[in-house]
Design a protein. Structure first.
Length: 470
């Protein structure tokens, strides 16, 4: 194909990625579901009764915690909203959508957003709960976030007009952010982070001070702070070491039996096997110090949720959460096929998200991989009953000492001794015995040296000079 006949084409797949065509396709989808179409009734046609939904959602939960879940959900309309993600999914089923499918959070209410620290030390805000994640219309997450802002504002004593304004601001900020990302270069939009600069781009300047205050608080909320609050030092008389242990706070934080702790650690180990090699190597350095049961959230009350205390280097401790994963509450209303494993509900990315087979781990350290077997070295047979010598590494070869006669020669003679050359008239062969550092046999190093004017070498008379003519 000649250079003049070349036409741009997609690098991967057959879909055209021309920006102008993508904008035209987006306008067609907007005509399919205009803004006015989203002004629909709040309750869906196939919505179950609240009691029926609550009893059905208790399946697979611990029976002794069902009453605690009911009390937390009945505290306020906002807490009920937090624990009823499936009920809102029933209301949104069949509602207008543009047809664009995204990997939903599934429970994107205001309390499920938090601040995180990146490896570079930057603080970003993002979703912190993916228990209900499933592929579905992107409008569902945005509607749940807007409704949660209204309910949270009412619980905080804010008026109806201000709550409505907060919901509108959230939708407008989402629209402006998506438009700004669409106009950026691909690499820049892909690496964009929801940090403090995103607040300015969303035209929410009045929230900059609040974000800075929350950012400072997030920097202090480290794993060391959690360890100091939840654990205490305990002397282990069997090993003679002092380690941290969780402090019980029933019914929120309680210890479990050894069999359950072993199952939790085994589940965490299988999760570590799915990480990329760099992160898997980091987590495998820690040792399990303690495991406890902890009640978290509102909609998650009754599920098996554990905290694992990992001990690292010196006084370093790390707390990880291991939580039971159930089928998404949105799945019955989205028509998605059940996953083979609820922990792998997100579709894998080609070439990156591979799940390697599980390996047999050392029972003494469940998170530490067994050492790689080294090939056996061959040894020469020794005497009967005598163990063959074992050489860990070859001895370091030191450079031979220079000839002692060259120590008093001028610098020119030393340079001649460092390089090999053919003997010439007037040269003499000198040698020096060099003893090996390990006490082995000495070897003789031969050098060629040319006599130059200078002081006499020690122990050697100066050779007679030939008479100078005339």
């Amino acid at each position: 194909m000649g250079r003049g006949d070349w036409v741009e084409r997609p690098l991967v797949g057959t879909d055209d990625v021309d920006p102008a065509q993508l904008y035209a396709r987006g306008k067609q989808l907007r005509e399919r579901a205009p803004v006015e179409a989203h002004d629909h009734a709040a309750a869906g046609a196939g919505r179950p009764r609240v009691r029926e939904y609550f009893e059905a959602s208790n399946a697979g939960r611990l029976p002794e915690l069902v009453e605690l879940r009911r009390e937390r959900m009945a505290a306020s309309p906002f807490t009920f909203f937090r624990g009823a993600a499936g009920l809102m999914a029933a209301d949104l089923a069949g509602s207008p959508s543009s047809g664009l499918t995204a990997q939903l959070c599934g429970d994107a209410h205001a309390a499920n957003f938090g601040l995180y620290g990146t490896p570079e030390g930057r603080i970003v805000m993002d979703v912190n709960d993916f228990d209900e994640t499933a592929p579905g219309p992107w409008e569902w997450d945005l509607k749940r976030l807007s409704a949660s802002l209204v309910l949270a504002g009412r619980e905080g004593g804010i008026g109806s007009a201000a709550c409505r304004e907060a919901a509108e601001d959230a939708v407008k900020s989402y629209r402006r952010t998506i438009r700004a990302l669409a106009e950026l270069p691909y690499l820049q939009s892909w690496n964009a982070l929801p940090d403090a600069s995103a607040v300015s781009r969303a035209r929410a300047d009045e929230l900059i001070d609040d974000f800075a205050e929350a950012e400072e608080k997030a920097r202090r909320n480290t794993s060391a702070k959690v360890v100091a609050k939840w654990t205490r030092h305990v002397d282990d008389h069997e090993t003679g070491l002092a380690r941290h242990r969780f402090v019980e706070d029933p019914p929120v934080l309680t210890h479990i039996d050894d069999a359950t702790a072993a199952s939790v650690v085994a589940g965490l180990t299988s999760y570590v096997d799915t990480l990329r090699e760099s992160r898997r190597t980091l987590v495998a350095r820690y040792r399990v110090a303690d495991v406890a049961f902890r009640v978290v959230g509102t909609g998650s009350v009754g599920l098996r949720s554990y905290v694992v205390l990992l001990h690292g280097n010196e006084d370093e401790d790390l707390v990880l959460q291991v939580k039971q994963a159930q089928p998404s509450a949105l799945a019955p209303y989205l028509g998605v096929s059940p996953a083979d494993h609820e922990g792998r509900r997100c579709p894998p990315r080609p070439g990156r998200d591979r799940h390697p087979p599980r390996l047999d781990h050392d029972r003494r350290h469940p998170l530490r991989r067994p050492p790689v077997p080294q090939p056996q070295r061959r040894h020469r047979p020794g005497r009967a009953g005598q163990e063959p010598p074992r050489r860990l590494r070859p001895p370091r070869r030191r450079p031979a000492r220079p000839c002692p006669h060259a120590l008093t020669a001028p610098a020119t003679a030393r340079r001649l001794l460092r390089r090999r050359r053919r003997p010439r008239r007037g040269d003499r062969r000198v040698c020096a015995a060099v003893r090996r550092p390990d006490g082995g046999r000495s070897r003789r190093v031969h050098r060629l040296r040319r006599w130059l004017p200078g002081p006499n070498p020690p122990g050697k008379p100066r050779p007679p000079r030939s008479p100078t003519p005339g």
